[in-house]
Ligand binder design. Structure first.
Ligand SMILES: NC(=O)c1ccc[n+]([C@@H]2O[C@H](COP(=O)([O-])OP(=O)(O)OC[C@H]3O[C@@H](n4cnc5c(N)ncnc54)[C@H](OP(=O)(O)O)[C@@H]3O)[C@@H](O)[C@H]2O)c1
Length: 281
């Protein structure tokens, strides 16, 4: 058994200083977006599977409450890294936070992300820039920075959270859907590049899921498809990862998977027309 201390030494100064930590003897799971929703559920599951955790998001208070609870419940060590991934230096800050503590990532879940809703012509340029930075750039750079650790791990895991929006363009949430198409494409390519290694790579596509996502987006007009809970979505991910030969990507929810497959098979004009109707274009 490894050590299970969860230090409660906390920084209170600069916003990017991080909280406490310990030496890890268990595998380490790094989860972005761990302060809420799907990322939080991944953190719970990895702790239950005996992983130490590195929790990343902006809301340090939430990460700390979660980390304390999981350390107490599962005897794992938890590092809280309050980092803004819309900041171009965010991913390097996360990687440096691990290095400083001598931690190596065995698993990385990139769940941090958000959506914007509305006609592209009226989207706030600063907000869509942040959306691309968090959903695309930070996910890409953090995957790249931690990949050597994941490849060296005896049973490395990389999960990038895409969306069913990755499977067709999204009229009225054009930028969001485009970011998720990128996540799926990137992740599937990384999957292929690591065939035959111990690293398991998965693009996870949730449909509408009960989280703070729609509140943050300011609209639930793109809440289209079969609604699942975070537990159901994360179950789908672990079921895929636990297979002997995990697939490059998985869609959560049978009806969502059928819709995604249809979107890939039907004529583009038809797909766009239907997508536009469904999302209130
Ligand atoms: N819910 C859905 O219907 C749905 C469907 C398909 C895909 N997804 C995807 O699932 C992932 C998780 O979303 P969710 O549903 O769990 O939504 P959520 O409850 O709103 O969680 C989003 C997480 O991302 C973090 N985050 C957002 N901006 C950040 C930033 N600038 N820096 C660091 N962390 C940031 C948030 O933490 P802080 O605010 O504390 O920073 C939060 O932990 C996202 O990638 C989303 O696109 C969600």
């Amino acid at each position: 058994m490894g050590r299970s201390t969860h230090s409660s030494r906390r920084t209170t100064g600069a916003p990017h200083e991080e909280t406490a930590i310990t030496t890890a003897a268990r595998p380490v799971a790094v989860v972005t977006g761990a302060s809420s929703g799907i990322g939080e559920e991944f953190a719970r599951r990895f702790a239950a599977r005996g992983h130490d955790l590195v929790l990343v998001a902006r809301r340090e208070d939430r990460l700390t409450v979660l980390g304390d609870a999981l350390a107490a419940e599962h005897g794992v060590s938890v590092t809280v890294l309050p980092v803004d991934l819309a900041d171009p230096g965010g991913p390097a800050e996360v990687a440096a936070g691990l290095r400083r503590r001598g931690l190596r990532a065995d698993a990385l879940v990139n769940s941090a992300g958000f959506g914007t809703y509305g006609p592209f012509a009226t989207e706030d340029p600063a907000r869509i820039a942040a959306e691309v930075q968090v959903n695309v750039v930070a996910l890409t750079v953090l995957s790249r920075l931690l990949l050597p650790d994941l490849v060296a791990a005896p049973a490395g895991v990389l999960v990038n959270v895409a969306s069913t929006a990755a499977y067709q363009p999204g009229p009225s949430f054009a930028v969001y859907a485009a970011t998720k198409a990128y996540v799926r494409s990137l992740t599937e390519a990384i999957w292929q590049e690591h065939r035959g290694t111990a690293l398991r790579v998965l693009s996870l596509a949730p449909g509408p899921t009960e989280t703070e996502f729609f509140e943050v987006a300011g609209s639930d007009r793109f809440r289209v498809g079969q609604v699942l809970t975070v537990a159901q979505v994360v179950d789908v991910a672990f079921r895929a990862l636990d297979r002997r030969d995990p697939p490059p990507s998985v869609v959560a929810g049978r009806r969502n998977a059928v819709a995604a497959a249809l979107a890939g098979a039907l004529p583009r004009r038809l797909v766009l027309r239907v997508a536009g109707r469904l999302t209130g274009e």
